[in-house]
Design a protein around this ligand. Sequence first.
Ligand SMILES: [Zn+2]
Length: 243
Amino acid sequence: MRNVIAFFTFLMLISPVTVMSADQDDPIKEWSALQKKSNVGNISRKDAFAKILDLCGKLDKYFIKMDGSKYSREMWVFPVSNGFIGDLKNAGFNPAGYDFLWRKKPKNHPAFDLFVNDKDRDGIDDTAGFPFEILSMSSGVVLETNEKWVPKSKGLGGNYVWIYDTATRGIFYYAHLNDVFVKAGEVVIAGQMIGLLGRTGKNAYHYKSPTHLHLMYLKITDKGPFPENIHADLDRCLKAKKN
Ligand SMILES: [Zn+2]
């Protein structure tokens, strides 16, 4: 009997069906494949949106399976832990024409630039003497990270982190980091340190660019993921941090 069980276990292990479903049910791999296709315009907008909605459902389940703790929007945390000097009103949020699913359209600046206390552009807080810690605003699942940026790389975002927030059905993008402390597939809580700010990215690297975090929040609406103005949230988080 034991031999029969062992034989069937062996069959299940080598079955191609098992391998395929494991791959298809990996939302992290699916996100990465979608990003690649969408970057080169290799998928229609309609199909990309259907895929995003499907992915959200899978990620919601994944978050529960991984014992994630959901933080509501009211519990969001200001993403720059030290040295923020910027003015939220001048953070440059202009989402006009930007479509995450169809990046060939003009994109303006669908994000907030949060400037920090770094006059000499060395990535170190001029007052505190240590790097700027970047915190996840929300809880969620880390979708993708990059920590391989070098000055000759093409990418505008440099080293970055994408996080899907299951609580609000939105996607955060944190760019121009130096070090990245999380990995794709990891579940995070609001306020968790995800990296240190840097000056990575094709434009951010140049001396004329003041050191800043490029922060985008894409809210998944019934028309697609669109950049949402989170000025009020950032303002509330900043006040909470000061108190
Ligand atoms: Zn920016």
